[in-house]
Ligand binder design. Structure first.
Ligand code: IMP
Ligand code: MG
Length: 179
């Protein structure tokens, strides 16, 4: 994958160190509670796997898959559930785990949807936040890295379903998407 990459923005070591800090914070915030972490497929697979192992409390894990309608690469905010939770979240403390928040539209829809099911709390944890996300009214409790408005790949993030398996976060070389 070497020549497909432009630059590395966050190294594997930096991700690991940040996840340890976020894990300690989440452990402290949810001490004595019965936390359910919800990964949003497919991008959050890596964050879920590593964050879960950075936690020292026995959390439950569940998954959702959503797709946002709309043309091209921009999010429309109209969302369809492709795979729903298997867990009843009524009266549960829920933490949504995401790879990236770009426009924030997908996530604000998801938060509304989960809140309508009567949970005790719903919070958000994301590995990356991009600056567009400031425009939408979304409280994000745990943020790995604030990155500039560039298309990124790796650590769960894809371009045309590829590069999710890179252990770091980087940008693509223009020849990959210009061909
Ligand atoms: P939203 O714009 O915050 O609704 O983001 C919707 C989805 O677009 C995210 O969950 C990602 O799957 C995808 N996405 C947004 N920005 C990037 C990126 O830079 N690289 C790869 N996927 C992205
Ligand atoms: Mg995602």
């Amino acid at each position: 994958m070497g020549q497909d990459l432009e630059k590395v923005l966050v190294t594997e070591e930096e991700i690991k160190a940040r996840l340890a800090e976020m894990g300690a914070q989440i452990d402290a915030d949810y001490a004595g509670k019965d936390l359910l972490i919800v990964g949003v497929l497919k991008g959050a697979v890596m964050v879920m796997a590593d964050l879960a192992r950075a936690l020292h409390s026995p959390v439950a894990m569940d998954w959702m898959a959503v797709s946002s309608y709309g043309a091209g690469t921009t999010s429309s905010g109209v969302v369809r559930i492709l795979k729903d939770l298997e867990t009843d979240i009524k009266d549960r403390d829920v933490l949504i785990v995401e790879d990236v928040i770009d426009s924030g539209l997908t996530l604000s829809w998801l938060v509304g949807n989960l809140k309508s099911r009567g949970p005790k709390s719903v919070e958000i944890c994301t590995m990356v936040r991009k600056p567009l996300a400031f425009d939408v009214d979304l409280d994000v409790k745990y943020i790995g890295f604030d990155l500039p408005n560039e298309f990124i790949i790796g650590y769960g993030l894809d371009y045309a379903e590829k590069y999710r398996n890179l252990p770091f976060i980087g940008t693509l070389a223009p020849h990959v998407y210009e061909k």
